[in-house]
Design a protein around this ligand. Structure first.
Ligand code: CP
Length: 314
């Protein structure tokens, strides 16, 4: 991996390597080897042009646990507010001999643009761009699914909600299909499910009960009001009535179905608190796994392949 910009187009072997590397790092952490020297001497800059709680914090923790020097650029207090261009800011950071940029941006394609315009010594990791991609989120979701289900080839997975505006859903669909999930369903109102998704091999449902029938994994999405524009939408109350994940609706899924959500969750809109906090929910596990998965992604783009004990090997 030179950069990690998207899951789309990556082979199964690469996705599996990320999951296996994360597994070895998580296993080392569970034996109290939380900090490893894989990226000692490297400098990682978090460039978050959009708000974030989970992604930004877990990237920062991951960098620290890899022994890298990490810093969070305060974009609103940077000289971009005095008219400096994004590229000039990046070239100045490059001149400070930084090694990696972790980028979140509201514009789809921003991370790819940055990767094309920085020098060969900088790796770029996409922390979410517009409605395009959120590759590390998708990989931590895959990690969580694999921890609970073991395999991908026998799963029915449903993605529920605002798929149309979701960078997470797009990355999840690519990851699930590449890892061999035979049946990926997307469920939501016509206004939030683009027909073009059929080209990615997913099955579209507009009825929640039908879509949930027999699924092993339910991936719930937030209504992304910040990207909604003029989409024709039901009210939040109506949306909850039609598509909200409640304990009663979940009875249609497999008995051992698990429920994931990338966060932030809107309780009482896309998910009921009884489910979010219930025994099928693995939402906080996802957050924990985000650290190991981001450690793995950052190690691999820097050419480090941790062994089973989390130590670097050639
Ligand atoms: N899942 C996710 O990207 O959350 P944040 O926006 O808080 O980083």
């Amino acid at each position: 991996l030179r950069h990690f910009l998207s899951v789309e187009g990556l082979p199964r072997t690469t996705l599996t390597e990320i999951l296996d590397t994360a597994e070895s790092l998580a296993s080392a952490a569970s034996q109290n080897v939380k900090k490893v020297p894989l990226l000692r001497g490297k400098t990682i800059v978090n460039l978050f042009f959009e708000p974030s709680t989970r992604t930004r914090t877990t990237f920062e923790l991951a960098a620290k646990r890899l022994s890298a020097d990490s810093l969070n650029m305060n974009i609103s207090a940077s000289s971009t507010s005095k008219g400096e261009s994004l590229l000039d800011m990046l070239h100045n950071l490059e001149a400070m001999q930084c090694d990696m940029f972790v980028v979140r941006h509201a514009e789809s394609g921003a991370a790819n643009f940055i990767a094309r315009n920085v020098g060969d010594s900088i790796a770029v990791v996409n922390a979410g761009d517009g409605r395009h991609a959120h590759p590390t989120q998708a990989m931590l979701d895959m990690f969580t699914i694999r921890r609970h289900k073991g395999e991908f080839h026998n799963l029915r997975v449903a993605i529920v909600g605002d798929v149309g505006h979701s960078r997470v859903a797009r990355s999840q669909i690519h990851a699930l299909t590449t890892l061999g999930v035979p049946e990926v369903r997307v469920i939501g109102p016509k206004t939030l499910i683009p027909e073009s998704l059929r080209g990615l091999g997913v099955h579209i449902y507009h009825d929640l009960d039908e879509g949930l029938d027999g699924v092993d994994v339910v991936l719930v999405l937030r209504l992304q009001n910040e990207r909604m524009g003029a989409a024709l939408l039901p009210s939040e109350r109506e949306y909850f009535h039609l598509y909200g994940i409640t304990a009663e609706r979940l009875e249609r899924a497999a008995d051992d179905a698990i429920v994931l959500h990338p966060g932030p969750i809107n309780r009482g809109v896309e998910i009921d608190s009884e489910v979010a906090d219930g025994e099928r929910s693995v939402i906080l596990e996802q957050v924990t796994h985000g650290i190991a998965v981001r450690m793995a992604a950052m190690s691999l783009v820097m050419g480090q392949h941790p062994g089973k004990d989390g130590e670097a090997r050639a």
